[in-house]
Design a protein around this ligand. Structure first.
Ligand SMILES: *Cc1c(COP(=O)(O)O)cnc(C)c1O
Length: 389
């Protein structure tokens, strides 16, 4: 797709297509066949928390989730109400009372945390909504197996006292992006043990949930009452190489104007450290995004020019040359001279004519999650709804 007819005069920007988020949410809910908990933590993986939440709800998401209690409170304050909202990270200074007042489901991992919540919220007319997280093998948050019984017993006491209702019981996979990894079976079996034990303690949670995006798509047995999807809702592949293609479309495009084109002679070296030298005459272009915008500095490594990240310019992929700077990168135009103001697609959906976030992840030795979540810096975000960028 040629973009030369649309010269770009503004600064570098992030364009988020809320139609893609909406459609991805719809696809995920249909694929999983259970309610979708749309994960909008970390500013919606860099896409904007509030806008993403609204698009996900339009696409049929039944729940929203953030990581921190502060994110959840901010989402409510932004007017996203009348939808259940879960969070799972608190700190010793977290305002549980504010969360409960905002009708947020707070996750507790331990008896101590339940005691703290009980003390913080005091007596209320309406019981708080609390979910419990069990650690089934990720060894991160959640109650260890040895502590499950005590957690469930304390949770049940709080229910009987009218302090809270246990609305959910959940856990999180370590290796869902690798469906043949034996840890998946072990974690699912452990989760079923936890559900049985909780039932034995008289707990009747509304939702039991285990699957993230990868498991929601790849592991039907792990869908339970809901799936918690983040990355797939943004249109990125949660398990590259595992045939997870259900028609998701990346929602984020990062674009920048080409701000200068210049000639290089053989022997001219480029950018800090002079790690790349033109072997023959060429043209290079200047693109005003750098590591301050979240462009990984290892997108261009000394001695590995063939492995450098590329950007899309007028339908062609152009490699970064030399070191990624704080504010800009230099790209090889191979003798071409696109006009200043030409759109540079840093990454986006395949239809944008540049690389994808997944391409960048592979180039930089990371995952697509990190590429989109870190992107930002001085760039503003602009929202479109299906119309062209
Ligand atoms: C981030 C997160 C998710 C979403 O994971 P994706 O792989 O992005 O779908 C789900 N559950 C928990 C606990 C998370 O931290």
């Amino acid at each position: 797709m040629s973009t030369m007819s649309r010269p770009l005069l503004g600064p570098a920007e992030i364009v988020v297509d809320v139609a893609a988020i909406r459609d991805n949410a719809r696809l995920l809910a249909a694929t999983a066949g259970v309610p979708l908990i749309a994960v909008v933590k970390a500013d919606g993986y860099g896409h904007g928390m509030v806008e993403t939440a609204r698009a996900a709800l339009e696409g049929g998401a039944a729940w929203l989730a953030t990581a921190t209690i502060e994110e959840a409170v901010a989402l409510r304050a932004a007017g996203v109400v009348d939808v259940p909202l879960l969070c799972w990270i608190t700190s010793p200074t977290s305002d549980h009372a504010a969360a409960v007042d905002a009708d947020i489901d707070v996750t507790a991992y331990s008896v101590e945390e339940l005691d703290e919540i009980a003390a913080a919220i005091g007596e209320r007319a309406v019981p708080a909504r609390i979910q419990l997280k069990v650690d089934t093998g990720l060894s991160r948050g959640g109650a260890s197996r040895a502590d499950w019984a005590a957690l469930f017993a304390r949770a049940r006491v709080g229910e009987e006292q009218g302090t809270w209702r246990i609305t959910g019981l959940w856990s999180h996979f370590a290796c869902a992006d690798d469906p043949s990894h034996p840890a998946n079976d072990r974690q699912e079996a452990a989760f079923r043990d936890a559900l049985d034990l909780a039932a034995g303690h008289g707990l009747r949670p509304e939702i039991r949930h285990l699957a993230n995006s990868a498991a929601a798509i790849l592991r039907p047995s792990a869908r339970f009452d809901a799936v918690r999807c983040g990355i797939a809702m943004y249109g990125l592949d949660p398990a590259p190489g595992q045939a997870t293609d259900i028609g998701l479309v990346p929602a984020m495009t990062v674009r920048a104007p080409l701000v200068m084109v210049k000639d290089l002679a053989p022997g001219d070296a480029v950018s800090y450290g002079h790690h790349w030298t033109a072997q023959q005459a060429t043209t290079v272009g200047l693109v005003p995004v750098g590591y301050a915008e979240g462009i990984p500095r290892n997108a261009s490594r000394p001695g590995a020019p063939e492995a450098a990240a590329r950007v899309g310019i007028a339908g062609a992929l152009r490699p970064i040359r030399g070191t990624v700077c704080m504010d800009q990168v230099v790209v090889d135009l191979g003798g071409d001279r696109p006009p200043v103001g030409t759109e540079v697609v840093v990454f986006g959906p395949p239809s944008a004519g540049g690389p994808t976030a997944q391409d960048w992840a592979e180039t930089c030795g990371t995952i697509n999650y990190e590429i989109v979540t870190r992107i930002g810096g001085r760039m503003s975000r602009r929202y479109v709804d299906g119309e062209p960028r």
